[in-house]
Ligand binder design. Structure first.
Ligand code: P6P
Length: 337
């Protein structure tokens, strides 16, 4: 058994507690919320790893609000987060990809001042083929008395925290409370997340792009021209870029955060507003990418400044190294000229 390097003996709990000191007047309620959330993530991580043995693979007979068949592991992850967070005493209201309506806290439970929006298991189409999947979350302070729809329709720049868990070759937990992005790896032998990457900064010079090229003929001319541009052989600018696409957004974006470049899910003929959801996918990821020195837009507007009208609404999403995203915006701006 490898000995844990002593410089990695910063657990997530230590880190969350230390982060609290960076927020004067912190009540500890937010810290408690994160502790509860990471407990749910540890349970999901355990069950994702045993999926093949636990007979939780495969589909339920249910479909979610988007008409997508719900995988059992999706449902299990969703219920795990909801149950734990409803008992946390920190939550006023929640919104989940898997629930058509907002999720309130039962009358007989203590309510808190925070709002949690989440995708319990992003990339569920990859569950049965053992490809990386993840959980995405964003946290706001409530703006209504009792917790209602308005609370989950806040613009992304109002987030007080955001992050994701990635269930891949190891379980990674990445989060930010607005003071930089920090990454942890889970060691199940001690039941702790250990700090592996502090104050992550996205590389500003990189040669990766990540998009489902199968949709090329459905894209706008500007989007097609941008991807064509990335493939031109031009040594000085590092082109052609290398294409990487896992099909689990959070995994593709985790790689983009670490290696740089650009992730793209544009609108197309089938998805006039793109495919990814604004509230519980794009906003938390945009928060993290900006905290790591990157850029996240819908091709024109800063993602974090969009005002959601419906918490399941979709948005085109382009994020990554600033210059790559700016170049994309240039191609889209010129497409109708
Ligand atoms: P496509 C996964 O189902 C997801 O919602 C995102 O995680 C991912 O980025 C996208 O859809 C993949 O979509 O159309 O390329 O299969």
């Amino acid at each position: 058994m490898a000995i844990i390097k002593t410089d990695q003996l910063v657990t997530l709990d230590n880190h969350i507690n230390n982060e609290e000191f960076k927020h004067p007047g912190a009540s500890g309620e937010f810290t408690g919320l994160l502790h509860n959330l990471t407990f749910a993530i540890k349970i999901i991580s355990r069950d994702v790893r045993r999926a093949g043995l636990n007979d939780v693979l495969g589909m339920t007979e249910d479909t979610n609000v988007h008409g997508e068949q719900v995988k059992r592991l999706d449902e299990h992850a969703n219920e795990t987060i909801i149950r734990i967070m409803q008992n946390s005493g920190r939550i006023a209201v929640m919104a989940s990809e898997e629930n058509e309506e907002i999720i309130t806290v039962p009358e007989n439970r203590k309510r808190g001042k925070y709002v949690l929006v989440f995708d319990p298991l992003d990339g569920s189409s990859n569950i049965d083929v053992n490809v990386t999947i993840g959980t995405i979350f964003g946290i706001y302070k409530k703006i209504t008395d009792t917790g209602g729809v308005e609370d989950v329709l806040q613009s992304g720049y109002e987030q007080v925290g955001a992050g994701y868990a990635l269930y891949g070759s190891s379980t990674i937990f990445t989060y930010s409370t607005g003071k930089g992005v920090n990454m942890f790896a889970y060691d199940p032998t001690v039941g702790e997340f250990l700090l592996i990457n502090e104050n992550v900064q996205i590389p500003q010079k990189s040669t990766y792009y990540s998009v489902n090229e199968g949709n090329y003929n459905k894209w706008s001319s500007g989007m097609q021209s941008f991807v064509d541009y990335l493939k031109i052989i031009d040594k000085d600018s590092g082109r052609p870029y290398t294409q990487r696409y896992i099909g689990t957004g959070i995994a593709d974006i985790h790689r983009t955060l670490l290696y740089g470049g650009i992730f793209l899910y544009p609108s197309d003929m089938n998805h006039k507003n793109g495919k990814l959801r604004l509230v519980y996918e794009a906003n938390p990821l945009a928060f993290l990418i900006e905290q790591a020195g990157g850029r996240a837009t819908d091709g024109k507007n800063r993602i974090l400044e969009l005002k959601p009208k419906n918490f399941h609404e979709r948005t085109p999403l382009f994020l990554g190294s600033i210059n790559d995203v700016l170049k994309l915006e240039e191609f889209l701006a010129n497409e109708n000229k």
